[in-house]
Write a protein of this length. Structure first.
Lengths: 364, 364, 364, 364
């Protein structure tokens, strides 16, 4: 049940970093939904590397080929399947990862779990490359949510522990103001962030950061109690993104009187004055924007020598990780966070049998 | 799919705060596992209210009655079912919650989602009371994990934003040093926390906080890639606990060279010098303690008047929440966090088909 | 994942034959659905033993107590939970079942699977008694289907291999003509069936038979392709009923020209002239009645001596099954088949996101 | 949840008959299992058309390309993905299926369910062609079961209602005696079956039949109670095969004294004298061969004119199905039944946490 997500939809992601192809299947989608392939490609390009200073110069062509489920630009009700063929051949760069694992990566845990049979090249199935098929599924869900007036946007909240963008205005996030390539709310802060990444790169190191995401236009009533709450469902998929180690919703103020969001009824419409709850009460959307923050650790692959060991020799051993790697994965992870959120939300909307079924029962 | 959790085991939680009973079913458990009912009761008592200053004086008897699945003190392979009968009768305290929802609670979202048919008394199915059956399931899983040498402990990390316990020593958490009733590592800090709660109570307010949990004794290799990773599985259940709004694993340091945990092989045993990754690499346990922090918002029920509205009248309206409520839910949530972690971990161990199946294939 | 069923709803059944209680939880049901408790009790009475010649004189009171999920006669959106308390105490009748298993029962397979820890009394979790909670869930689903104009009825198709009721008229099943207590279409045949059961009982033997079930009023388009087809979903739950060993849909004629159901459009309404496909094409309902037949083996518990063995002594051993048992389980299984069908169909209707979602997308 | 199967493994099948490719993903498989690609191809060839008299002369190349999950001939623990590229271009043969549906096919039900957006060419996702990826997954599982000494074989039990092969000797099925191409136990009967198919073909008609399948070498204790029983799990996947309308296990004799399988302990080994229960008691394997029969309707596509209607014109209309179709699908369905059984059994073995976990708890 590892690489599968969803209740009403079923997303299944496959592939290894240096295998023949990576891809995804997405089952349970209604027929008749339009697919904008240009929009999809633009979305994938936001994740692709090699486009700027702060990411690896590796050039991957992330052009998905759709094998099933879409006909003449519309979903046809059958499972959607798409693949991205890998051009990278399995190189010698990763030859000794099974013997001498990279700190901070899944090399060692995979070695034990899979008994040495795992595909270690490029991190195999644990590679960040697997977020590309996640973005295919996410971009589709995002398009279909937009049709319903639901929008998802994210920005870089911090790089390292010293450069911070300002938070979304929680009552009304400025999703439209976000630049695509290095999305921040405060351009000055964005400049400092870029400098921080550049200086980290010069030092042969990497740096982590935080991403903040907002979902607007949600109706009241999405999400289920307990383990099916919006937080639970978003958390399960967000933590499936490599390097994510933290997640929080809204903003907690110390005391109840500060933290509770006062209700405000205006012209029959119910809102809250503040949005510390991040748009979720009891696991269920309250009509305010859903807002959450994702903390990502620094890229573990750094040029500096690190301490590892040799399984074969049974001794400690210094390791220098070869290859070219992102000094900061955060900017490229922004669309991945949006994609994950889109999948979770679209799944919950599909599975929301409360309102629609009362209607079919003639109760509402 | 709301109140159900698990892949290999299936936990289903039912009940409303003021209904006849709350309870749980737990399917998929191997036969022949011993059950220590005294230990279970002690565990439930840690969650029960009315035992001290910092919790509500309501007196609930949380004595589970087992209806199925346990015979002569051992699991019998059939689904386990247990109920706790409610003594609280449905009182008038909550009569107007459907019309005038409490800020910070699920009253409003439930009203919209369930069209007014929800059981509003005491928060209904959204009540923190539902963590009692979670603790039944969790205490059982915790006992069975202990048999395998896996221990779970948690302490109060902070109350409000000003009193902080020190973090677990991440390489070797002092699970044994934790007091049961108000678990902290630093007794002086515990004293300050108690004072903070008391002063909050006096001010007619409530206060939130953080809990830190550690799981020791885990073998390497538990957890699945992507959405089945340890973080994802723990997150899904932890966010099922009312009032949880944040979750983080280990500790992120700003740069890769600081954050990466250097491997250290000693007498053939592989460890890491630090444990910033919180015992998880690529979603899979690496043999170090799994450590995570849970952020809880302040109890939304406070004596102070708050701003709400009347659905019926269509106007804003001030609300005073009646009844007696915990000024701080954090101390009582400590065993709930442990229970949730125990369920998630036990489920992952049950579902770990990698090693055992290679063995059955004669490969290992 | 044993005693759990459903995709959009989650049914979980628990209990052992002689345990404190049996029961069920049913999650995922929309709020606001009415519950007719009298109708429910009447339905359960059809399954109850001790009411006539052909069933065991054991007297069980199957009065469900609802613990959760229903408020003032309506579902409240929270998981529904109900229990039936057992009055039968664990007697010595079954003491040696772990050592000397009954042929045709699960005694031996349970002994091996659960290593002797299983609850053997009365068959434990494998007892036909567990169909009572299935009938609780099924009766609820049946009521809600009836609100939508969907009706489910079943009759005894055969007893043994020699008495056969006529088949449902497949194009328009006479669901209304079925008597409740011993439902047949042809009263003369029913008389012969009763005689067959009585003579079998006199001979100290038991007899099996077949049940035919029809579901009318279904819209076109229920069911999903492949493993989510109506046949697959009904089969999974029907085979969960003890003693079921066969299941078929509609009626297969030898050649395509005979078997294909010709379409017939009349006043804009599309039907088929015959209904050999049993109302299902490609796993999806075609608007004609869904019709299926269930084959049940004879009750394995018979007074005649049978050949078994003693696990402890390691030798063959004759066994005489004590207690009073149904000479024919088929009549009591009729409502169980209806209940199972109701649960499967209601689940599929809840999960049918195709039409409703196209609507919410503004496409239809 | 349509085209997805499995509890411990997750099989997802995608593709449309005339789309770019069909394929499957298979998640949850242990690492280190060997894959024999020649054996896989031979298995797929048994299903492929165009090899003999009784099947369609269409020539499909069913050569799977593995995109993920297998490295150097062994599973690597990551999800397995394989595709078969389609060479058939979308032709005009099927242009009017959306307007004038073929009797016995899913054209009409798909049209209503998917609102006209479905891929109708060649039956789209409902085509029998989708059994090819099922056979990929099934052949892999079959290979891995064979490593454990578990063998699966099937033969043609009947063609039409007049030619019947003899049943498997239920106590010891002669799996090895089955010819590969047109598998029967009695060669004379096989000859008659071939003649029956040939004469049906000459008459411009098609004919159905039955397949019997046996699984030998199973340990006692596989399968879960109620809805997780072996019958339920096999039924769910078998009914996912197009044209299957009936399924039965073992053989039901009329009375309990005839039908019960007497136990027989010989040299410490426990068997039953007969095997009317088809190797399953209480949903759990009893160590005897699992035996079941599958009934398939005649191919609905026949050259004879049939009565349908025109959606657009709103009138009845005669239809002549073009293209070349199997006069009898049964022979080609034999490996598909074996594949489905292999997947279900392998899944249940993976998920059997009872024995292995008692071991890990140190109880056994």
């Amino acid at each position: 049940m590892s690489s599968t997500y969803g209740e009403s939809l079923k997303l299944s992601i496959f592939g290894q970093s240096h295998g023949p192809a990576i891809g995804m299947t997405l089952d349970g989608i209604p027929a008749g939904l339009p697919v904008d392939f240009d929009k999809l490609q633009q979305f994938l390009n936001r994740r692709a590397p090699g486009q700027n200073d702060w990411s690896t110069p590796r050039k991957e062509e992330d052009r998905p080929e759709f094998l099933a489920g879409i006909l003449d630009g519309f979903t046809c009700g059958a499972p959607i399947a798409a693949v991205i063929h890998n051009n990278n051949t399995r190189s010698g760069d990763y030859d000794n990862l099974k013997d001498c694992p990279r700190p901070g990566h899944a090399d060692y845990t995979a070695q034990v779990k899979y008994g040495g049979f795992q595909d270690a090249a490029g991190g195999g199935h644990f590679s960040g490359r697997l977020t590309a098929p996640l973005c295919i599924a996410g971009s589709l869900c995002k398009q279909w949510l937009e049709e319903m007036g639901i929008h998802i946007g994210a920005h870089i909240l911090s790089i390292g522990n010293d450069t911070f963008d300002r938070n979304f205005n929680q009552v009304s996030p400025e999703i439209d103001r976000i630049e695509i390539n290095f999305p921040v709310l405060d351009p000055d802060c964005g400049e400092k962030m870029r400098e921080r990444i550049a200086s980290t790169k010069e030092q042969g190191d990497s740096v982590g950061g935080k991403i903040e995401c907002a979902i607007t236009g949600l109706p009241v009533g999405i999400g289920e109690p307990m383990f099916g709450g919006v937080e639970s469902r978003i958390a399960q998929i967000i933590y499936g993104i490599p390097a994510v180690k933290g997640l929080s919703f809204g903003e907690i103020l110390p005391t109840g009187s500060e933290n509770n969001d006062a209700f405000l009824m205006e012209s029959g419409k119910i809102q809250t004055e503040t949005n510390h709850c991040g748009g979720i009460l009891g696991g269920i959307t309250n009509g305010m924007p859903v807002i959450f923050q994702v903390a990502m650790k620094p890229t573990p692959s750094i040029p500096k020598p690190q301490q590892s060991f040799s399984l074969r020799k049974g001794v400690n051993q210094e390791l220098v990780v070869k290859g070219r790697h992102d000094p900061c994965i955060v900017p490229r992870a922004v669309p991945v966070v949006e994609a994950a959120a889109a999948i979770a939300i679209y799944d919950m909307i599909l599975g929301n049998t409360q309102t629609s079924r009362r209607k079919s029962h003639g109760i509402e």
